[in-house]
Design a protein around this ligand. Structure first.
Ligand SMILES: NC(=O)c1ccc[n+]([C@@H]2O[C@H](COP(=O)([O-])OP(=O)(O)OC[C@H]3O[C@@H](n4cnc5c(N)ncnc54)[C@H](O)[C@@H]3O)[C@@H](O)[C@H]2O)c1
Length: 383
């Protein structure tokens, strides 16, 4: 058996995303399943090294999960040829310096989104990677959510006829921390613009690749943002001013004529099927898409409601939908993309989700913010 053992630097991994999705659900899951069998006699195995600033946090995370290697000396980890991949899940504004260091050290680079908060910077980082000739990629996890994979199958099978519109509703209530026993469940930097926070920069990056890959190329954007809650409590228990948008209401026009409308909010209470739900309406059928589940209603089974508020609604609108069954097993979305990136690095398989693709997400977010400020539609130029 030929083993490709890959040393992977996991930077900023003591944070929310780094620990849960990337370390535990992806890299350690790959380690614990014995690697990725890429042919009957070839396997890719992973050997992570955790890097960051706080030795105590790194050590306890490493010990808790049986990871042998950790260090606060990122330079040394980068100098070690054994480590072929550098991954970054630190907060957004730190990304650039780490990507630059890793490109200089000749590592394959994989990182969380957004890669930057301006298009110029995101494109600069993409160019640094391509100039250095290093393989690179950005997390676009939503593409491998079971619900979205089911939707993609329906589209490929022609279920919708012509897709007309998409309504996306994303969000949940993020506690401010003011009330006893209701601590905030997201980091405080998310609500400070000066620290790279804001829901537009966070979520429009996702909507860009979801729309581009699933519904068609985005042509223009109109977006309104808001900071509905002006004060929250930080990790030290101190109040701080929220300087970043915590909700946004965006409409996207696609080159193929489809209209997509996505509301994203950290101050909305959930009475829908999931934290992200998309309704896709087509000439021949519609679908409701959550993170894992998907329901459909074909034209032939579409009820015919009549507007009459004087009587109780005779139709149970929820009954007229059929759930799409799980036709396969769905692995964790982050892990699927990690496996693709590892195969890209080791076997040179295609990996289209590179830093330039990531820059497109930043571009849509930046134009969304400009649209809000100028109260105007913004067209998207090709990067
Ligand atoms: N793909 C997704 O769905 C998704 C979801 C949430 C967040 N994110 C992105 O992931 C990144 C991390 O977000 P999070 O919610 O985990 O934030 P977080 O604040 O929980 O984690 C950030 C981590 O970076 C570390 N860090 C900060 N500065 C550092 C430095 N100078 N050197 C080394 N480490 C440093 C922190 O100690 C912490 O461990 C952000 O860019 C965010 O936009 C992606």
């Amino acid at each position: 058996m030929k083993e490709h053992k890959i040393g992977i630097i996991l930077n900023g991994v003591t944070g929310r995303m780094g620990t849960n999705q990337h370390l535990i659900r992806s890299i350690l899951a790959i380690r614990d399943q014995g690697g990725i069998q890429v042919s009957p006699d070839e396997i890719i195995t992973v050997d992570p090294i955790l890097t960051g600033r706080n030795a105590n946090k790194l050590q306890s995370l490493a010990e808790k999960h049986n990871v042998e290697r950790w260090t606060t000396d990122l330079d040394a980890a980068l100098q070690d040829d054994y480590n072929q991949i550098f991954f970054d899940a630190s907060s957004t504004l730190h990304r650039a310096k780490f990507v630059e260091m890793a490109a200089k050290a000749g590592k394959a680079i994989y990182c969380e989104k957004p890669t930057a908060v301006t298009t110029d910077e995101a494109v600069r980082l993409a160019n640094i990677c391509s100039d250095a000739g290093v393989k690179n990629g950005v997390v676009q996890d939503k593409l491998w959510l079971p619900g979205i994979r089911k939707l993609k199958t329906l589209i490929d099978q022609g279920f919708f006829g012509r897709i007309l519109s998409v309504r996306g509703e994303f969000g949940y209530w993020v506690f401010t921390g003011h009330d006893e026993n209701q601590p905030a469940q997201r980091p405080s930097w998310n609500y400070r613009k000066e620290d790279g926070g804001g829901i537009i920069i966070d979520m429009l990056c996702h909507w860009r690749y979801v729309i581009d890959h699933v519904f068609g190329k985005v042509k223009s954007v109109s977006c309104t943002g808001a900071t509905h809650l002006p004060e929250r409590i930080d990790e030290e228990g101190k109040p701080y001013n929220c300087t970043a948008d915590d909700s946004c209401y965006a409409t996207f026009e696609l080159e193929n004529g489809v209209i997509c409308q996505f509301n994203s909010s950290w101050d909305v209470r959930v009475r829908r099927d999931d934290l992200l739900v998309m309704q896709v309406d087509g000439s021949h059928g519609s679908a409701i898409v959550g993170l894992r589940k998907c329901w459909v209603q074909p034209l032939g089974a579409t009820p015919k409601p009549v507007w009459n508020p004087d009587i109780p609604q005779p139709i149970d609108f929820f009954e007229g939908w059929q759930e799409v069954p799980d036709a396969t097993e769905f692995d964790n979305a982050f892990k699927i993309q990690w496996e693709m990136f590892l195969r890209h690095v080791v076997l040179d398989e295609p990996f289209p989700y590179d830093l330039m693709e990531g820059a497109k997400g930043v571009q849509l977010a930046e134009l969304g913010i400009e649209s809000w400020k100028d109260r105007a539609w913004k067209d998207i130029e090709t990067l």
